[in-house]
Write a protein that binds this ligand. Sequence first.
Ligand code: ASP
Ligand code: MG
Length: 438
Amino acid sequence: MKVFKFGGTSVGSVENMRTVMNLIADGNQKVVVLSAMSGTTNSLVEISDYLSKKNKESAISIISSLEKKYYTVVLDLYTTDKMKEKGKRFIEERFTVIKSYTSGIFPEEGGRALLAQGELISTALFTFLMQETGHNALLLPALDFMKIDGDKQPDSFYIKDKLNAILKSHPKADYYITQGFICRNEDDEIDNLQRGGSDYTATLIGAAIQSEEVQIWTDIDGFHDNDPRFVENTKKVDVLSFGEAAELAYFGAKILHPQTVLPAMTNNIPVRLKNTMNPPDPGTLITADSKTTGIKAVAAKDGITAIKIRSGRMLNAYGFIKNIFEIFEFFKTSIDMITTSEVAVSLTIDDPKHLDEIVAELKEYGKVKVDRDQTIVCIVGKMIAEEKGFAAKVFSALEDIPIRMISYGGSRNNISVLVSTNDKKATLQALSNKLLNN
Ligand code: ASP
Ligand code: MG
């Protein structure tokens, strides 16, 4: 059974929901994972932020406009009065829950429960639409099987057990509709797989049911060889290996949630990125071996902080790097890039939450310099780091750009450079012109 996932834009309007319905209703049994309608999760984040700042008026005003929007959707989406009434009652119910958070103290888990409403609404409305049209669709509540553990990692054993049991007890449906993004945590509270997490839901489900393929449908025709928001003339990449796709997603390619590839890679399930607005296009296939060597694509990740620790004590000393790493481990802050010399270590982090505490501790080991607003530009392709002359090409393409760090040889399939975010666009364009021949 295949898994199809549709993002926020794909279910972002009544018209698009109908397009999705027609696209999936081919009689083949499948699991369909949906995001919230586009914009909804952002509104829910805003509501939650206002409530935590005790600004009830602003929260209530966003809630009201969101509620109005959904009543309009319900009126347009269904043809029968019976379904319009059912949809209306459902929206009323969800908004009673949402509004309940505007009185009393706003609990910490309230934010996460609020964020879940977007997917709860989109999947129910979509399932009603399919049922009204005469399709055999069944809503599978993700909160019954999707779970993360204490480290916020998916509990794949639990997911596999629960989901397969649920499917076994409902063998007859053609289309199983479920929510992306949302899950329960170890305390059984409502939680989520981080922003953009519906992609991750899709491959987790794919792994749990040993799906033959996971299709991720968005509003662009696949992975591009560079960031189309910053660079002109990007081209679609036809095939990527799991490793290449994982690296591109992790290092900033917005089309996929960073962890999405992992469950697919572990279980060798092909992932196809498809365009809801252009279904005949084959999109991008992510599979075990992309076969072709050479550069595939470039991606950029912003919001990076570079930290340099300089110390004479590092000379010929062992244990120095371990001590430094332990500080990051203690603050649960992961390190992306690292370069060392005999007297200094430079590394990057993307989560500056504990930066001040980390820097205070690092100062015990030497002089510390922090550079914010950095961007990692990651160049990905099979064996590029072993291709003779490839590094020279990268450096000559970037001859006019000040490079803060370089990571070469960590993997054969990746070369990363750290540049100031101000130079990101120029870096991407130079690589596109000179390496990707666009
Ligand atoms: N609705 C969630 C978000 O906007 C999850 C997703 O769309 O993948 O982040
Ligand atoms: Mg997304």
